[in-house]
Design a protein around this ligand. Structure first.
Ligand code: ADP
Ligand code: ADP
Length: 219
């Protein structure tokens, strides 16, 4: 299964990806996580990406396409993969198609999560992230067992620099202007599965499970 995860920042892609990765036994490839790791290590990519990420803008397509090309060639993707945060522009989607064509693969499904705008801002400004493994938490809907520590590795949780109200709104705007239109690129192929991402995590998880079992359909 080659799966694309879509949805505005804070819609729960990373949270649902955790379940899906176990269920389908495919790696979750989060371009945001890869970029943040590069920023931390001050690699050439990280140094170029940082300024865009801080503003809530998209990192240029050429950099992102090269990153994904390298990532999906790795052995762990041979049985399928899940892309969380890529493609985010039509040129990225076109480049992904070409890349997959050249290795005899294709996208099987695109899961799009829909969440109310105000809920998105609340989720992002209250999100806690593990700086070590990137798992996310929320004080109300998904608290860690131990106050402020990651359940998986015990690292102290942090608030991402771009998870402030102003940048969160900017990221949502960028999503609706530049990323949302990609759905029309995939829709004619019948791959798009739309799911209501409002409500408790477990409920969304059940909806996602049912939606991915059936034929692609609108919510
Ligand atoms: P994304 O990867 O789409 O940016 P995350 O999965 O990181 O979103 O979720 C954003 C925040 O909202 C996190 O703090 C997460 O714990 C929380 N969250 C995820 N799904 C839900 C949900 N269904 N209801 C409430 N909070 C949620
Ligand atoms: P969220 O989980 O909140 O949606 P991400 O972690 O996916 O955010 O992305 C964080 C930032 O990394 C984005 O605001 C953007 O600057 C950059 N980024 C991630 N993926 C891409 C991409 N495919 N194209 C361009 N920029 C990207």
């Amino acid at each position: 299964m080659n799966l694309l995860l879509f949805g505005p920042p804070g819609s729960g892609k990373g949270t649902q990806a955790q379940f899906l990765s176990v269920e389908y036994r495919i790696p979750q490839i989060s371009t945001g996580d890869i970029l943040r790791d590069d920023v931390k290590r001050a690699t050439p990519l990280g140094r170029q990406a940082e300024v865009f990420m801080k503003r809530g803008d998209l990192v240029p397509d050429e950099l992102m396409v090269e990153m994904i090309r390298e990532r999906i060639r790795r052995a762990d993707c041979s049985g399928g993969f899940m892309l969380d945060g890529f493609p985010r522009t039509v040129p990225q989607a076109e480049a992904l198609d070409q890349m997959l064509d050249s290795i005899g693969q294709r996208i099987d499904r695109l899961l799009s999560l829909h969440v109310d705008a105000e809920e998105l801002v609340t989720r992002l400004t209250e999100r806690w992230t593990c700086p070590s493994c990137s798992l996310t938490y929320h004080p109300a809907s998904n608290p860690p067992r131990d106050d402020q520590r990651c359940d998986a590795d015990g690292a102290g949780l942090i608030r991402r620099e771009d998870d402030n109200a102003e940048t969160a709104r900017r990221r949502a705007q960028v999503y609706f202007e530049r990323t949302y239109p990609i759905l029309d690129f995939y829709r004619p192929r019948g791959l798009v599965v739309e799911v209501d991402g409002n409500g408790p995590i477990q409920e969304v998880r059940n909806r996602v499970k049912v939606a991915l079992q059936g034929e692609p359909r609108a919510a």
